[in-house]
Ligand binder design. Structure first.
Ligand code: UFG
Length: 328
């Protein structure tokens, strides 16, 4: 019988890709999702259980029904801007929701936990190498909520033996090359899908948020990682826990940063079309540069982000953009 993994947020962008690679690796992913920001059509691998993270009774039922060997916890609100105007919702959904989930997991005896955290927990640290040991100073409530959950996991390890792998994502991009699942947010706030909307006329232009930063071309620098590479790391993280290697934090980024303008320029090569742009103001809560300074995931997990070139990420995002959506 295959091992069952409870995947919260399995109807979302990253969670749906994770379910695909879990199924391919021989696991049974069970999606637990409230469909607040996820899509029923995105659940194509494994069973679906609708429910909210804050609903302890429903979580208890699902743990009892499936007896998962581990939890992969993707479900979260993730818009930086919204987190600044409505922090309460972020603390309630992300922090109180994760607490409810962790307590349910511990009560069910499910003590392996893989958690989606973020480089937004680091904040802007001029000249500091962003590796797993560096201090965390989140600039926004989204990052603060993720940092709080990291602390919570440590506390529950000490008290209840909850083994965890924490992944701090840099900028996730691209889509399943087979086009079975992809990136679909309503509203969309991420650079690459918004850029592709501008390329094919679904929006008038891409607004570049700030062109006066202290970077080579004045726009923000990010470390983009292909979603398929990212979810491959999760399968490695799961094996790490199953091999009893203990709790660990891993950055997931390539170590190479690209400016917003570099992303825009590489889309022309993929789509053969220009990106109409507007040079706008800075977006509140944005960091100047976020680039991973760690090789830990490569060295310890054997993770190789083979697809994480701008060209491959934009090619896969463009294919999905032209064919896929979940509002069928
Ligand atoms: N950008 C634009 N115009 C846009 C959208 C984005 O110029 O219309 C710029 C941003 O200013 C930033 C870069 O493109 O410099 C990437 O922006 P995204 O919104 O795509 O992603 P973020 O860098 O804001 O990512 C952050 C955190 C992630 C987190 C994500 C949540 O770093 O960990 O927000 O949405 F998951």
């Amino acid at each position: 019988m295959s091992t069952t993994i409870l995947v919260t947020g399995g109807a979302g962008y990253i969670g749906s890709h994770a379910c695909k690679v879990l199924a391919r690796a021989g696991y049974t992913p069970v999606t637990y999702d409230s469909l607040t920001t996820g899509w029923r059509d995105a659940v194509t691998f494994g069973p679906f259980e609708e429910g909210d993270l804050l609903d302890r009774e429903r979580l208890d039922q699902v743990f009892a029904a499936y007896r998962p060997a581990a939890v992969m916890h993707f479900a979260a609100l993730s818009q930086v801007g919204e987190s600044m105007t409505d922090p309460g919702t972020y603390w309630r959904n992300n922090v109180a929701g994760s607490l409810t989930l962790i307590e349910a997991a511990v009560a069910a005896g499910c003590l392996n936990f893989v958690f989606s955290s973020t480089c937004a927990t680091y904040g802007d640290q001029d000249g500091v190498v962003l590796d797993e040991g560096c201090a965390q100073y989140p600039l926004n409530a989204y990052g603060a909520s993720k940092r709080a959950i990291e602390d919570m996991l440590e506390n529950f390890e000490a008290s209840h033996g909850l083994r965890h792998v924490i992944f701090r994502y840099f900028n996730v991009a691209g889509a399943d090359p087979d086009g079975e699942v992809g990136e679909f947010h309503r509203p969309e706030t991420h650079l690459i899908p918004l850029m592709l909307d501008a390329v094919d006329g679904k929006r008038d232009a891409l607004t570049i948020f700030g062109t006066d930063y202290d970077t080579p071309d004045g726009t923000c620098v990010r470390d983009y990682v292909h979603v398929m590479d990212l979810v491959d790391a999760h399968v490695l993280g799961l094996k790490w826990l199953q091999d009893d290697k203990g709790s660990r934090v891993f950055n997931l980024g390539t170590g190479t940063g690209f400016t917003v303008r570099e992303v825009v320029n590489s889309s022309a090569a993929v789509t053969n079309r220009e990106v109409p742009i507007i040079e706008g103001d800075r977006r509140p809560g944005d960091c100047v540069a976020l680039v991973s300074g760690s090789t830990r995931a490569g060295q310890e997990l054997g993770w190789q982000p083979a697809r994480s070139t701008l060209d491959a990420m934009i090619t896969d995002a463009w294919r999905w953009h032209q064919t896929g959506n979940y509002e069928r």
